[in-house]
Design a protein around this ligand. Structure first.
Ligand code: ATP
Ligand code: MG
Length: 505
């Protein structure tokens, strides 16, 4: 067995009245990948922010040791000096700076104080190549997709030549092939004796990658096990402290008339104006039906739903509600017509960071709740708290600022916001990203409730089991075109993946 190189001992951390961590200890060995798993709000990110110095020494109790020597980090810069590089759950980079600047932020290679941009760009390119990102390094971050931004964050961490790499849900925005590149990097680092701490809700990848798994629940450590001595079932059981009988509670719901249809949708590619990213897409969805939009990243899935919603420009396309043409120029029109869209990127378009949970949850329903334009705070809070119970949002107070919630719980708030609008057509783009297994099952249950009430649901997900488990029908997109359509039962995960990859069955 390798030597222990890093230890966190008896870590406790409070936020006001909430104990986010109680007496948690972990240890990391040389060249090891240690996974940390637990439900949303279990304390995983908080523990890593203690390690990275984001929460400085003095703001928690307990000790951190590297090679046996106690460390008291006053800031992330201190932990970096000690060899710790962190990839945060929430993208924490400069959207208006270039890829290269982001990679070397605070660490620009310079000779005697003069920055040599040629070297900077060359070195940046080595790291973007390493993570498989094929975008010019002078491009600003804002132009990139969520997954590309995440690859930049990974490149940045690698550029520090860390001894310890901490990854907090690095793959939640990545495609499978992008994730594979990352896994290979981690295996290579391991061979060089570099240790990683890996946080993820995707238990399959955790079992594939890690040497040991530590489980947190309600801020406490439940267990640490060798990978050979555990399983997905045991891990889930220890995480949620109950059995999950049914992951996909799909119900037979009567499917009614067509509610929504789109024809000949075209969207211009954001980077190259000459190409179409959505190229003549059309589909319809019926009342009570859950339709899955299947496709690889870049296939135009998210652009399709964003263009329908009026959030990005359509080049052409006709929309129909109940068979009648409907004009949607912007998201306000869309909401007024009975459409709702849960977006892929909650930070960018999902919530308003300065608002509390109640306001965020009720934002899209303002008009319904505000009788005579006075917002009835009590009604608003009771509407919000209904959802807090239904999908188990972990918070202290509905008036908490949304940024105080754990990542997964923020996602649940954004989801409740759209569920409350009681839409006729609900578009869900990656609805369970960053959400733990227990809460996922609850969210699926809720989506089934909505279908049962007659809402037409269109769902995008990179997790094929989720689509196969939940959808009545699949529309497969490939390179911006509809490549195939399949009924539930006509295609399994493998078949859908083949259709999405090859654009043919
Ligand atoms: N800045 C903060 N202010 C107040 N409470 C906080 C703050 N950050 C985290 N918390 C609380 O601490 C607890 C642990 O949160 P943490 O973000 O560590 O969870 P997590 O395990 O990373 O969850 P997820 O899987 O959703 O990312 C939660 O109850 C959360 O609401
Ligand atoms: Mg977290």
């Amino acid at each position: 067995m390798n030597d222990t190189v890093l230890e966190m001992n008896g870590i406790s951390k409070r936020f006001g009245g909430v104990a986010a961590l109680s007496d948690v200890s972990i240890d990391l060995r040389e060249g090891e990948i240690l996974a940390i798993v637990g439900e949303n709000g279990a304390g995983k990110s908080t523990l890593m922010k203690v390690l990275s110095g984001s929460y400085p020494a003095g703001s928690y109790t307990g000790t951190i040791r590297i090679d046996g020597a106690e460390q008291r980090f006053a800031s992330p810069a201190d932990s970096e000096k000690a060899g710790i590089a962190m990839i945060y759950q929430e993208i924490s980079m400069h959207l208006d700076a270039s890829i290269a600047e982001n990679i070397f932020l605070g660490n620009l290679p310079n000779a005697s104080g003069v920055i040599n941009w040629k070297t900077v760009y060359e070195k940046a390119r080595q790291y973007t190549d390493m993570v498989g990102l094929n975008v010019p390094v002078r491009q600003t971050l804002r132009k990139l997709s969520a997954s590309q931004q995440q690859l930049v964050a990974i490149a940045r961490a690698l550029s520090r030549n860390p001894r310890f790499l901490v990854l907090d849900e690095p793959t939640s925005t990545l495609t499978e092939s992008e994730a594979d590149v990352l896994f290979n990097i981690l295996f290579r680092l391991k061979e060089r004796g570099i240790s990683s701490i890996y946080i993820s809700h995707k238990l399959k990848e955790v079992l594939y990658l890690a040497d040991r798994i530590t489980i947190l629940r309600d801020g406490r450590k439940i267990s640490t096990r060798q990978i050979a001595e555990t399983s997905i079932d045991l891990t889930v059981e220890e995480m949620v402290n109950r059995k999950i009988d049914e992951m996909y509670p799909k119900r037979a719901v009567p499917i009614g008339e067509e509610v929504f249809r789109v024809e000949n949708l075209e969207v211009v590619h954001p980077l190259t104006n000459s190409k179409l990213i959505v190229d003549g897409v059309g589909f319809s969805v019926r009342s009570g039906e859950i339709l899955g939009l299947v496709g690889l990243v870049g296939s135009g899935r998210s652009e399709t739903v964003n263009a329908i919603f009026g959030a990005i420009r359509r080049k052409s396309g006709e929309l129909f509600l109940d068979g009648r043409p409907v004009r949607i120029r912007n998201p306000r029109d869309a909401i007024r017509s009975g459409l709702a869209l849960l977006t892929e990127d909650r930070k960018k378009d999902g919530f308003v960071a300065a608002f509390n949970v109640t306001l965020n949850a009720t934002l899209a329903r303002f008009r319904q709740l505000a009788r005579h334009s006075v917002i009835d705070r009590r009604r608003e809070e009771s509407a919000a708290s209904e959802y807090v119970d239904k999908i188990n949002i972990k918070l202290r107070d509905l008036r908490d600022n949304i940024l105080q919630l754990s990542g997964g719980n923020q996602q649940k708030v954004v989801l409740s916001k759209w569920l409350m609008t009681r839409p006729r057509v609900l578009f869900l783009d990656e609805p369970t990203r960053g959400i733990d297994v227990g809460a996922k099952a609850q969210i699926y249950e809720l989506i089934c409730d909505l279908a049962q009430e007659g809402i037409a649901v269109v769902m995008i997900s990179s997790e094929l089991p989720e689509l196969v488990g939940m959808c009545d029908r699949f529309v497969v997109l490939s390179e911006g075109k509809v490549a195939a359509e399949r009924q539930r039962g006509e295609a399994d995960e493998e078949a859908l993946l083949r259709l999405a990859t090859l654009g043919m069955g």
